[in-house]
Design a protein around this ligand. Sequence first.
Ligand SMILES: Cc1cc2nc3c(=O)[nH]c(=O)nc-3n(C[C@H](O)[C@H](O)[C@H](O)COP(=O)(O)O)c2cc1C
Length: 312
Amino acid sequence: MSAAPAVDLSVQIGALRLRSPVLAASGTFGYGLEFAHLVNLEKLGGFVTKGLSREPMEGAPAPRLSVTASGMLNAVGLQNVGVRAFVQDKLPKLRDCQTAVIANVFGYTIEDYVEVLRTLEDADGLAGYELNISCPNVKCGGLQFGSDPSLVADVVGAARKAATRRPLWVKLSPLVTDIGIIAKAAQDAGADALTVANTYPAMSVDYRAGKSRLGNQTGGLSGPAIKPITLRLVWEAAKAVCIPILGLGGIETVSDVFEYVAVGATAVQVGTASFADPQASETLVDGVRKAISDVKMFSFNEIRANFLSQSG
Ligand SMILES: Cc1cc2nc3c(=O)[nH]c(=O)nc-3n(C[C@H](O)[C@H](O)[C@H](O)COP(=O)(O)O)c2cc1C
C-alpha cells in the first residue's frame, strides 16, 4: 500500500514562506523557550514573542488574569525583559529551533518603536517583526496608535524605514470604527502583512468585594468570546487590502481555522487556547493536515473561493 501523499501546509506571507499556517500568538507563548520542551516547534508556522519594549517592564499589579464566559481577561501590562536582554539572553537559545521567530514590538512613542527595531535589526535569528499598535501614544494624550489612520501611517512608516532587513507585520487594534481604513493606512505605509486582531478592552468586577477582578482595573478580552467579532474584522480588513492577513481571536478548533481562512486570512495565530493546552497550536497543525488530506476538496484557496462565491 502506498503511503498517503504528504500534505504541503506551507503558506506565503509576503516574502516569508511559513511551514504551516498556524502560529502561536504574542504574549501567550513567552519567548518560545518556555514551550520548547512541550511543543514540537518545527510543526508550527512560527511563533510571535512576548511584546518587546525599549527598556524592561515590570508590568501590571496582580491579579493579572480573570476567566470570563467563553474567554479570559488579562492585564499583564506588557511585562517583558526589554529588547536588549531578549537579544542577548533569549535569542541565542532560539537559534537552533526550526521555526519562524517573529519579534513583537511595542512602544509609547514612535522613537520607542524605532529604537526596539534598530536593536533587533542588528541581531540574527529572527524571521520578521510584528508591530503591536494597540498602545497609547504618550505624545498624543494616550490615544492608541492603532485607532487613528494618520498615527498608523506615522508609526508604520517610521518602523518600515528602521526595519529594512526583515518583513514587517502590523497587528491591528480591534478598537476602531472602520478597520478597513486602518488596514489600508498600514499597508500604504509599508506593512508586509496584517495581524487581526489584538484583545478587546474589557472589565470584570466582583461587586461583593467591591473591586475589579484585575489589579489594573481593566484588561483585554480574548478567547472564543471574541471570535465572531474578530472574524468580521478580518473580513472587513481583507476587503480593504491586498497584503496577507493573519487572523487571530478565539481559535480553538480546526473549524475555527477554516472560518478565518474563509473570510480572508492566509494564516492564523493561536493565543488563549495555549493557556488551557500548551500544545494547542501543534494539535491544530495536525488537525488541519488531517482535514485537508481526508476531505480532498479542502485547500485553503478552495475554502476561500467557496465562501466568496456565496458571500463575496
Ligand atoms: C496573557 C496575554 C498576553 C498578551 N500579550 C500580548 C503582547 O505582548 N503583545 C501583543 O501584541 N498581543 C498580546 N496578547 C494578545 C494576543 O496575542 C491575541 O491577539 C489575543 O489574545 C486574541 O487571540 P486569542 O483569543 O487566541 O487569545 C496577549 C494576550 C494574552 C491573553
